[in-house]
Ligand binder design. Structure first.
Ligand SMILES: NC(=O)CC[C@H](N)C(=O)O
Length: 377
């Protein structure tokens, strides 16, 4: 593999902090919210997770690209990150499944990145100052000039992005083996592992665009409703929230992941807020408050539900409570709704039971969804 001549690149944060490095992936310029993820593995899944749309992602793991890119692990049909920051890209990838290098994949999809910068210093800066707007350029190498452009970019707060990543046409992921249940999954930025984990349990998954109407959802005659992960500020999710309220009113069992947890919170009348620098990685500890068990989870969120941890909340659909909390910072990591008939009707988690790469401690939640539908069919 020939070593291309290195091109200079510059990363500038909205508070003026600048890092000079080397171009990685495409040349050009890009803007987004600078965030960091601590996953030591799974970069291919990270890059193709639609929840990272409009974010410049820094990998804290220093060596990225070691296993190249394969044809199996993408979480969607393209790379979504707005930009990519890596300390030391692999020069020679090695894996039996690898089809191409990560550098080539980034180039093929026009993703602008930067390498050779001190990602520890960048991460510590983001932890202290919070996630913020940023830009990467191989064209503007003057920090003040690039900063001026960064300051013109829209912030993540108030960003309504689900419509930019959702499927435009409905599609069906068939159940593996015998079909036991039919679920409507509202695609707010769904990752391909999610319908797969449901299909493995005998669920036929009808993935519908984020704009699907109540009539379109009910036309599928679903046993349960699912809402996915996705990018942007949960306060902008007017349509999914209204839709979920209508479905809860009809006693439809519900399971939500990440953005789907935030939409659920909003449907229950709770607020959401932006975390300082979010949770992104694959070793985040979460307490299941019902069992006292600790799960190691994969996470990727910048916002959280604002709910009283030790109190229940009365809602028009029943009684809601916080089911899971983060052991790092007490952030709400799960919600549960007991319906008016005294049985669980709906639940959601802020983290990723479908995680790949990542720990599988919380895969039981898909079984819990099956049990919920069994109990109500
Ligand atoms: N992965 C997700 O669904 C993220 C949800 C939301 N965009 C957040 O950052 O909190």
């Amino acid at each position: 593999m020939s070593q291309a001549a290195s091109t200079a690149a510059l990363l500038v944060l909205e508070d003026g902090r600048a890092f000079a490095g080397t171009s990685y992936g495409s040349t050009g310029e890009t803007f987004g919210e600078a965030v960091f993820t601590t996953g030591m593995t799974g970069y291919q899944e990270t890059l193709t997770d639609p929840s990272y749309h409009r974010q410049i992602v820094t990998q804290t793991a220093p060596h990225i690209g070691n296993t190249g890119v394969n044809d199996e692990d993408d979480e969607s049909h393209r790379i979504w990150v707005a930009g990519y920051v890596v300390r030391d890209p692999a020069r020679v990838p090695s894996n039996w499944r690898a089809k191409r290098t990560l550098d080539d994949q980034l180039k093929a999809q026009g993703i602008v990145g930067i390498s050779g910068i001190d990602t520890r210093a960048l991460t510590r800066h983001l932890r202290e100052r919070g996630a913020m707007r940023a830009g990467i350029s191989t064209e503007i190498l003057d920090p003040a000039a690039l900063l001026a452009k960064v300051l013109e970019q829209p912030p993540m707060v108030g960003a309504d992005l689900a419509s930019e990543v959702t499927a435009t046409e409905a599609y069906v992921v068939p159940a593996e083996g015998e079909r036991r249940f039919t679920v409507v999954a509202l695609d707010l930025g769904i990752k391909s592992m999610t319908p797969k984990r449901m299909a493995e349990r005998g669920i036929e998954v009808h993935v519908l665009p984020a704009t699907a109407t109540l009539e379109e959802v009910l036309a599928v005659n679903p046993d349960g409703i699912f809402m996915s992960n996705g990018p942007g500020d949960p306060e902008t999710t007017e349509h999914p929230t209204t839709l979920l309220k209508q479905l809860l009113e009809q006693n439809k069992p519900y399971f939500g992941i990440c953005f789907g947890n935030q939409v659920f919170g909003r449907a229950l009348g709770l607020g959401t807020f932006k975390l300082k620098y979010g949770h992104r990685g694959i070793n985040q500890p979460v307490l299941d408050r019902a069992t006292g068990k600790v799960e190691i989870t994969a996470q990727n969120h910048g916002f959280a539900v604002d709910a009283p941890i030790d109190e229940t909340v009365e809602t028009p659909y029943g009684t809601a409570e916080v089911s899971h909390v983060s052991l790092n910072d007490n952030v709400v990591e799960g919600l549960k709704l007991t319906g008016r008939d005294g049985r669980v009707l709906a639940f959601s988690v802020q983290y990723h039971p479908e995680a790949a790469a990542g720990p599988h401690d919380s895969a039981y939640l898909f079984d819990r969804f099956v049990e919920l539908m069994e109990g109500r069919s």
